[in-house]
Design a protein around this ligand. Sequence first.
Ligand code: NAP
Length: 311
Amino acid sequence: MAEEKHFDIVIVGGGPGGLTAGLYGARANLKTVMVEKYMPGGQIANTEDVEDYPGFEHISGAELAMKMSNHAQKFGLEVVSDEVTEIISEDDYRKVAVGASGVNYVGKAMVVCTGGSAVKLGVPGEEEFSGKGVSYCAICDGAFFKNQVIAVAGGGDAAVEEAMFLTKFASKVILIHRRDKLRAQKVIQERAFKNEKLEFIWDSVVESIEGEKQVQALNLKNVKTGETSKLPVGAIFVFIGFYPNTQIMPEGIKLNDAGYILTNFKMETSIPGIYACGDVREQLVRQITNAVGDGTTAAMAAVYRIEEMEG
Ligand code: NAP
């Protein structure tokens, strides 16, 4: 039998949304826990430079996450390191986050802020060389490839920003995009085109990744001409998108066609007492600022619901 720990609000996931929900839950004087499998911060923990969070022209994601976490804990948020493997909605007033440690975190309400994960290319060699030159995190792995030629796959904000970051280490970064126009915001594109260490291969996809112990080359295909080529590189960083982490949600929770959780303006999901915030729910843009707003709304909606139910 799993050990049970009881709270008013259980928050699953410790990114900016979860940390903000934690701050608001704790400040409302409710017993609030945030369960996160890694360190607090979620995706921003690996973001070198955040420059679109109001009040901070430049701050590292790790520092911003630490500030958010310390702030929430100062008001009484309990932060637990555990992996939630399942969320069970037992009844209107009993929501259970099953922890891999053997602890069940039981709340009167639950806020899910589990974010999303990187999409993989799905080509031969990707799995084999993962951690050996195939990476999904420039901050984590960029420094391993000092003075080498490295590739980035993708054309969105993440690919272009991370490619620019990687030019700090690499002798050259080659961004491979499947179209001839970037999807990234114009302001980010302008900066990228001015970066002399950044080159572009357009209309091309990576067909396979090869090497011996480490990545040594990519086999590319031009999608317009069908021409194939080999590109010698020491590493490839893949930033081709993102999918929401909804695997642990109770069956029947309503999702949109792309798999993101649907909520109303109170961040209520289709299951009463379970709220969602940040990148795991349907959004126009996935930014720190909207995760923070969502976290505020979700926590306050949970607070009002608990108050109402307890009279
Ligand atoms: P994204 O905007 O969805 O871009 C994904 C990119 O990968 C697109 O260029 C897409 O090509 C390409 N792609 C998708 N599948 C591919 C495949 N199988 N093979 C090759 N290329 C493929 O994803 P993202 O860049 O991860 O950004 C996700 C969200 O985070 C966005 O909302 C973004 O604005 C936000 N973000 C913001 C910042 C910032 O504001 N500083 C930084 C990072 C991320 P197509 O263009 O042809 O579709």
